[in-house]
Design a protein around this ligand. Structure first.
Ligand SMILES: Cc1cc2nc3c(=O)[nH]c(=O)nc-3n(C[C@H](O)[C@H](O)[C@H](O)COP(=O)(O)OP(=O)(O)OC[C@H]3O[C@@H](n4cnc5c(N)ncnc54)[C@H](O)[C@@H]3O)c2cc1C
Length: 454
């Protein structure tokens, strides 16, 4: 971690204009925030959604993270549905999504060759070929368009170019938030607050407890003019030669998962989820500058190697790096319950589960900070140990958290109660009514240690 508090000045007090007075303010329009805003609005709340950038989607668009993972459990049940499924349908209607039909979700070499370069494999499985599973490759601009469509259709008051800077707190309530804009600081008054900033900006500003997490960061990028059919044919017809070249490529990029390039819905354009760079603090401007320099150097090195050596990449060009640095983990809430690695690994079921991903369940308590009555979090900064977050932070489960959080704030407004006093069974019931899986019914392989109706 960098020392973020070396020297200080005092800031002058000021009159801040109130630009919205709303039932719910959601900070951060990434996958979790958009879903939370839409879910709250569809449940009858007036909602203001704040986003620092011009685009919506967070890591799924600006971060160019282009495969939806953790959507199925080992029993091949799709566990992230509801608004996640709606997104997939809307992306597909815009030719922005590709995924295997259920009859292709098998474990054999034929399906491996057909689907692995789309990223639709169970990468938790070691043996080869890995199973083909329901995962969705998508286009980042289509994600931005779909996010805008759902937000507008739900009647959400969207405010982009608005950088959250401060939570306004009275006793145990957050009464609103302040953001920085080109027009100066602006305030939004709200009865309920959803922190979907990914970095816990709001909850930490409001005094909630958190830990400083850290994981590899990545300057994700895309290459264009790649002959993917030729590249795949070479890989499958010359496996040993391909492996040798691939090892060299991965040494040059200096950090990548098993496959450093994947196909995207746009022909000839491949997604490179690399380089993976350890030791950077995703909150530190100084660190982010260093990561930008390092990432760009490494990606250009890989491009030169691929053009010179890899069949199919002879004419490849740099289409561009993602607009946002790929940050996986920073502050993590220390809330009413902290999900552990053991919980994720052992598939522990919770009676107050409100959403799920792959084979893990998220208890409502893991979205709630201690000591604040009207703030809830959704997304990658939820209340979880660092090692557990690495296994439970994919886009679809973050969206499902958002869907549950949106319902929770609407229920709290209806009952005029603190978020921790909301009837969890009512959230679970509404999740089901919206077509989402709250994880209230444990799958056959879950570890059930507490009565489901406790
Ligand atoms: C390189 C990389 C590869 C990944 N690979 C995959 C993958 O293959 N499949 C998968 O499913 N998941 C993957 N993930 C994980 C996934 O992308 C994230 O965990 C997920 O996007 C988290 O969603 P979120 O909404 O919680 O946060 P984010 O996506 O980070 O969104 C947060 C939003 O809040 C906004 N925001 C932040 N601070 C402020 C502020 N102060 N004021 C206003 N707005 C603010 C941001 O601009 C952003 O729009 C990957 C992540 C990375 C970084």
């Amino acid at each position: 971690m960098t020392d973020r508090n070396k020297d200080h000045i005092s800031s002058r007090s000021e009159q801040i204009p109130v630009v919205a007075d709303t039932d719910v303010v959601v900070v951060g329009a990434g996958p979790a925030g958009v879903t939370a805003a839409v879910s709250a609005a569809r449940n009858g709340a007036s909602v203001t959604l704040l986003e620092r950038y011009h685009h919506l989607g967070g890591m799924a668009s600006g971060g160019m993270v282009l495969v939806l993972d953790d959507m199925v459990n080992e029993g091949n049940e799709i566990v992230t549905t509801g608004i996640v499924s709606e997104f997939v349908d809307r992306l597909e209607r815009q030719d922005g999504a590709v995924y295997p039909p259920s009859e292709d979700c098998l474990t054999n070499w034929e399906m491996w060759q057909k689907w692995s370069r789309w990223g639709c494999i169970d990468f938790h499985k070691q043996g080869m070929p890995q199973p083909i599973i329901h995962a969705v490759a998508f286009d980042p601009d289509a994600w931005k368009r779909v996010s805008l469509d759902v937000v507008r259709d739900a009647g959400v008051n969207l405010r982009t170019h608005s950088w959250f800077s401060e939570a306004l707190v009275e006793d145990s309530r957050v009464t609103g938030v302040v953001c920085q804009t080109k027009l100066g600081r602006q305030a939004i008054r709200a009865k309920m607050v959803i922190d979907a900033s990914g970095d816990l900006d709001v909850a930490s500003s409001a005094g909630a407890s958190f830990t400083d997490g850290q994981f590899i960061v990545t300057t994700v990028f895309r290459l264009c003019d790649v002959d993917t059919a030729k590249a795949e044919a070479f890989e499958y017809q010359n496996p040993e030669e391909y492996k040798k070249l691939d090892r060299q490529a991965r040494r040059i990029i200096g950090g990548a998962w098993g496959m450093w390039w994947l196909k995207t819905p746009l022909p000839g354009i491949v997604w490179c989820n690399c380089p993976h760079m350890p030791g950077y603090d995703g909150l530190s401007p100084e660190h982010m500058v260093e990561a930008e320099y390092e990432g760009r150097e490494r990606m250009m090195g890989l491009l030169a190697f691929a053009r010179a050596n890899l069949p199919g990449f002879e004419n490849a060009k740099m289409l561009g790096a993602a607009e946002q640095m790929g940050i996986r983990q920073t502050r993590l809430l220390q809330g009413e319950y902290v999900v552990t690695k053991d919980d994720v690994k052992k598939r522990r079921h919770f009676a107050d589960s409100v959403c799920r991903g792959r084979d893990y369940y998220t208890p409502y308590r893991a979205l709630l900070p201690k000591g604040l009555d009207n703030l809830i979090v959704a997304g990658r900064h939820y209340s979880v140990e660092s090692e557990a977050q690495k296994q439970s932070r994919e886009i679809p489960p973050c969206m499902s958290q958002g869907e549950a959080a949106g319902i929770a704030v609407a229920k709290a407004l209806e009952a005029n109660c603190a978020l921790r006093d909301v009837d969890v069974t009512a959230i679970q019931k509404q999740m089901r009514a919206q077509g989402a899986d709250p994880g209230d019914v444990p799958s056959a392989n879950a570890l059930v240690e507490e009565p489901v109706d406790a």
